[in-house]
Ligand binder design. Structure first.
Ligand code: BES
Ligand code: ZN
Ligand code: ZN
Length: 496
């Protein structure tokens, strides 16, 4: 899609649809041909959030159609509402089979919102809603390609602001592309998105940037590093496990060193503690944490913050077989901590035990992990909100701020010391399940805490809910993988 800004007003623009986002009660009559304005009033357009009214212009304007897009009360306007509005513009103009669209934000008063962020959110919405995943569906792929928008021209009267628009477009394009990469990886069936394939994607990213290097940990190397926990999970599968360690280094001096770690279970059958059929259907998404780590690195190619970033994941497939690890087995993680495996379906934390231990050896200033870790977190917070837990107030606050800016909701859950015995084992240092039917997301985090050295600031994001969506709750988030976490983490890294 060709995205551009032009100085002036959009009303004389030759295009398929002219879209005007409008706050509630804004006076649009002054901009439009009186006949069209009268028709819009007669149709009862109010400007409520999500309202869309599209009319033919009957040759009264150069645009073939004019559409009004409601964004709700002016006082309630946020960047996230603008993101939704951008998404709606994308979706509705696609439905209207438009190829060329002109728009302007003049009907949206920015109030307290900084312009750059508002434009960026709006554009992100447009681009994220244009996403489709159809490599396995020829007809859909053709339909999608045919209906996609060719150009979006945004009009702005104030010349001094044009550069701000350009900057916002650039960031929105980078972040959307990175988010959509993460979505693609999550949406790809496990038969094609197996551990070594994830390492290939990492290689493609590292090859695309002089500032990104890649270390691959093959099985031998994982054995030498004593990653026996992750290796135990991988044993049931015919797919080779592989560790990925990406490093981004800024050109100048790095202000900080940050490690981001992702859960990378390319398929989670549950292993010998096998999942019921219904619970297994979506488990190709169990590498979404790592997919978002890859998305972040994709963005780092273009948005080059002054921090050193380590992206780490241990990719495995969790399958039952004669070689599979068993309930009752005790495995030793890289940091020496022993784990009693009581449920092979609580495999994510077992792989993260090694990934976090490995990350800590590089002595980062902070570690953030993303993992589709527990069904309990979905029960607690639903599909739209990730659970956040950690050991450092400042880091938790920073991550929350970044997630707010990105429009990716997180909510903090406590890690009470009194729950630590939920993961105590009689025969090993820890066990991989908590108390039955209680605080499942928290006990998973308390388990992970055993693999983060004391004093290392750490945040764990349980993204089991928002990593993918089965219904389109908002137009910028089509069904399937969402790419959750990419934008929040990039924002966090930018803000350091
Ligand atoms: N990958 C699942 C968690 C999950 C569930 C992600 C639903 C996305 C949607 C994880 O490996 C798992 O199976 N967790 C178990 C842990 C339990 C056995 C302690 C769970 O949540 O039931
Ligand atoms: Zn599992
Ligand atoms: Zn899992």
């Amino acid at each position: 899609m060709d995205l551009s800004v032009q100085q002036g007003l959009p009303f004389g623009q030759n295009c398929d649809v002219l879209v005007l986002p409008i706050t509630k009660g804004a006076k649009f009559r002054k901009w439009l041909d009186p006949k069209i304005a009268t028709q819009i009033e007669a149709d009862g357009f109010e400007g409520n959030l999500g309202e869309w009214l599209c009319l033919p212009s009957y040759g009264l304007m150069k645009a073939k159609k004019v559409a009004l897009l409601g964004v709700g009360e002016r006082s309630a306007l946020t960047n996230d509402i603008l993101r939704r509005a951008g998404g709606l513009l994308s979706k509705r103009t696609r439905e209207a089979k438009a190829k060329t669209v002109a728009t302007s934000l003049l009907g949206v008063t920015f109030g307290e919102l900084p312009l750059r962020e508002g434009v960026e959110a709006f554009t992100e919405g447009v681009l994220l809603a244009a996403y489709g995943f159809h490599p396995y569906h020829k007809k859909q792929a053709e339909k999608h390609a045919k209906s996609s928008l060719k150009s979006l021209t945004v009009f702005e009267e104030r010349k001094a602001l044009l550069a701000t628009y350009e900057r916002a477009f650039y960031e929105a394009a980078v972040l959307s592309e990175a988010t959509c990469l993460s979505r693609d990886l999550v949406n790809t069936p496990s038969q094609d998105m197996y551990p070594l394939r994830m390492a290939d994607i990492a290689k493609e990213i590292a090859d695309g940037s002089k500032q990104i290097s890649l270390k691959i940990l093959d099985r031998d190397r994982m054995e030498r590093l004593k990653m026996d926990a992750a290796l135990a999970v991988a044993r049931g599968s015919t797919h080779e496990p592989v560790g990925v360690h990406l490093v981004y280094k800024p050109k100048g001096k790095a202000k900080k060193r940050i490690a981001i770690v992702g859960k990378a279970v390319t398929f989670d059958s549950g292993g010998l503690s096998i999942k019921p059929a219904d619970g297994m259907m979506s488990m190709k998404i169990d590498m979404a944490g790592a997919a978002s780590v890859l998305g972040v690195f994709k963005a780092l190619q273009s948005i080059t913050p002054d921090v050193e970033v380590h992206g780490i994941f241990l990719a495995v497939e969790n399958m039952p077989s004669g070689h599979a690890y068993r309930p009752g087995d005790v495995v030793r993680a890289m940091n020496g901590t022993t784990i009693e495996v009581l449920n092979t379906d609580a495999e994510g934390r077992v792989t993260l035990a090694d990934a976090l231990s490995y990350a800590a050896t590089f002595e980062p200033d902070a570690v953030i992990d993303l993992a589709t870790l527990t069904g309990a977190c979905v029960v607690a917070l639903g599909e739209e909100i990730a659970g956040a837990m950690g050991n450092d107030r400042r880091l938790l606050d920073r991550v929350r701020l970044a997630s707010e800016e990105a429009g990716e909701a997180i909510w903090e859950l406590p890690m009470p010391p009194s729950y630590e015995d939920h993961v105590k084992s009689k025969i090993a240092d820890v066990k991989n399940i908590g108390a039955k039917g209680q605080a499942g997301a928290i006990s998973a985090a308390l388990f992970l805490k055993h693999f983060v050295p004391a004093g290392l600031p750490w945040v764990h994001l349980d993204i089991a809910g928002p990593a993918y969506t089965e219904r389109e709750a908002r137009p910028d988030m089509p069904v399937g993988g969402t790419g959750f976490g990419v934008r929040a983490l990039v924002r966090y890294l930018q803000g350091l």
